[in-house]
Design a protein around this ligand. Structure first.
Ligand code: MN
Length: 135
């Protein structure tokens, strides 16, 4: 066993996220592992773009209050201790609420081509606002 070296928090890229988002990489599996584990912190108002995961994704909230939204309009509120699974190919976004930051663990796997996520367009301010009606 070994203690892995600590890494700096990385600011998530503006072409994939709106607002301030920081990613702390926990683990990126070496073959035969395909696991990717990260802790992601969204500042209030921040969210991902729309996207889907080739092998699905598990989100586990560790702090704050967040939202997970899919194309059919389903909105799930994410609170500490709660876990949300998004199946392969299901388009969705996740982020903080307007009033609270949100930290979640993001757990996923790469596919046979080494891909894990298909990134799509930004979540508009209107789409983000409407998602709060359900919380
Ligand atoms: Mn996702």
């Amino acid at each position: 066993m070994e203690t892995l070296p600590a890494k700096s928090s990385a600011k998530a890229p503006a072409e994939r996220f709106t607002g301030e988002v920081y990613v702390d990489s926990i683990y990126r599996g070496q073959e035969p592992s395909r696991m990717i584990a990260s802790a992601v912190t969204f500042i209030p108002g921040a969210r991902s773009n729309w996207h889907s995961h080739t092998r699905g994704q598990t989100l586990h909230c560790t702090h704050g209050i967040g939202l997970v939204v899919n194309r059919d309009g389903t909105v799930l509120t994410l609170r500490p201790g709660e876990t949300v699974w998004t199946p392969p190919g299901e388009e969705h976004w996740h982020g903080a609420t307007e009033g609270n930051l949100m930290c979640h663990l993001a757990l996923l796997e790469t596919d046979d081509n080494g891909e894990d996520t298909t990134w799509l367009e930004q979540v508009t301010d209107e789409q983000y606002r409407v998602a709060h009606v359900h919380t």
